[in-house]
Design a protein around this ligand. Structure first.
Ligand SMILES: [Fe+2]
Ligand SMILES: [Fe+2]
Length: 206
């Protein structure tokens, strides 16, 4: 029973991530088109490409579970992504950078939580790819934080929105990474992790 429940939850998280990457792809397209600095434009364009690549990889994982993307979430992601893309053209530079960084901070654990769920099903084939994707999201978070770290607005935004120089939504540190084999230790208290008990014990017995 818990295995079946974990499988359903994993499919749900994969579908969310699959559509989330689509929203991110469109949002970043608007974001890089809205900035004027050529370096920022190039970096954010690369981030857009990386989000589309993540989507492909997540889609392949969904297929291994004989599951398909959720059509409604796909439509919603398209609308949200394009809307954020337009907002980027209308909003202040700092706000777009801050919003992207906070969203990225929340995306990091998605991939490590997926790893917990795959482990609960006895599947370890995707560990390296999930690790790569989680770390890539962390790099995205670090990039956006780096852009705004000296802004006088950041302390205020950090107090209000709980993300910034001293607060993150994940426990990954690029300067002190766990190895892939130990990366199941990340994000064990993440809000999106509800792996059923027997499975969780299994993943911690590695
Ligand atoms: Fe991504
Ligand atoms: Fe990202």
């Amino acid at each position: 029973m818990s295995t079946e429940l974990n499988r359903k939850r994993l499919i749900n998280i994969l579908q969310l991530a699959y559509s989330g990457e689509r929203a991110a792809g469109y949002a970043y397209r608007g974001h890089w088109q809205s900035v004027s600095d050529p370096n920022e434009k190039a970096r954010i364009k690369t981030i857009e490409d990386e989000e589309w690549h993540h989507r492909e990889l997540v889609g392949e994982m969904l297929a291994t579970l004989n599951a398909a993307p959720n059509k409604w979430r796909e439509i919603r992601a398209t609308i949200i992504g394009h809307t954020i893309g337009v907002i980027c053209h209308l909003s202040f530079w700092f706000v777009a950078m801050y919003g992207a960084g906070k969203l990225e901070s929340g995306n990091v654990c998605e991939y490590f939580v997926m790893m917990h769920y795959f482990h609960s099903l006895g599947i370890r084939d995707h560990d390296a790819i999930l690790y790569e994707m989680g770390m890539k999201e962390k790099e995205h978070e670090a990039y956006f934080l780096d852009q705004i770290k000296d802004s006088r607005l950041l302390p205020f935004f950090e107090r209000v929105f709980s993300w910034g120089r001293t607060s993150s939504l994940n426990d990954v540190h690029l300067g002190a990474k766990h190895a892939v084999a130990d990366s199941h230790r990340y994000c064990t208290t993440s809000k999106i992790s509800h792996v059923n008990a027997p499975a969780k014990v299994g993943s911690e017995n590695r």
